[in-house]
Design a protein around this ligand. Sequence first.
Ligand code: DGL
Length: 287
Amino acid sequence: MIGIFDSGLGGLTILRALVPRFSRQRFVYVGDQAHVPYGNRPAEDVVALTRAGITYLFEAQCSLVLLGCNTATAVAARTLQRDWLPTSRFADRKVLGIVAPTVEAATQTPWAVTTPQYPQKNNTDLIAIFGTTRTISSNVYPEEILKRCPRARVAQQTCAELAGAIETGAPEEELDAIVARDVAKLLRSTGGTAPDRAILGCTHFPLVEPLFRRHLPAGTRLLSQPEIVADSLEDYLARHPRLATCSEGPRLDLRTSGNPVEVDRLARIFWPDCPPFKAATAGFAPG
Ligand code: DGL
């Protein structure tokens, strides 16, 4: 059984891409609506909240937890994978983030390539990243891109309000105005040059992808992080079949640390046939 963790609704964009690809898998999803958004929180909070969410999913018998959240991946994945998981009671389980597969797709550099090779070595593409305050300030995207394509150009734009506005069900005009402003700021930072590719580096943002498409230059290719992550998980599970085993039970089990009635209402705006959310039991939120 695979666990997906996000601060809120954003990870549903990842889950939706996984469901048709893994027809024999069961998924448990947890959205931490009690603490969303994570993107403007101090890093220590993001680490503690992410650890609590992962623990909850491991206790629900997941063998693997995928962080359906760029902020949690950027801030917490490495430290939890390296410093916490191996000495925890879940040392036989796995935690995967979503930044590395996204960068691999954006730079066309597969995971097994550790040093830049031609043509990546000479690639001077301009890659745009939109993300939360915490993801952008972590610098994880430029660092990972430049490891693979040292001559690539990266333009980053913080979207401080967007995940929160999506999560509270802001009307489309308001979301459109936020996206228009953030895209305009990014284009000012590039001096008007259209990026070759753009990464929506927050899993909430595919929920408003048509708005990004509307405001980005026509020549900018928008990458689909959910499809990229689904491709990468297929590859990972083919190499680690032990983690793909599954028991009997519901195929999709959606839980929230917030109010399930309210979360259901908002989730259906973006995923009309989304299964109902249940309350995550006590013990998830670290306070
Ligand atoms: N959806 C998350 C991400 O990918 C987090 C948004 C937030 O909670 O600020 O970054």
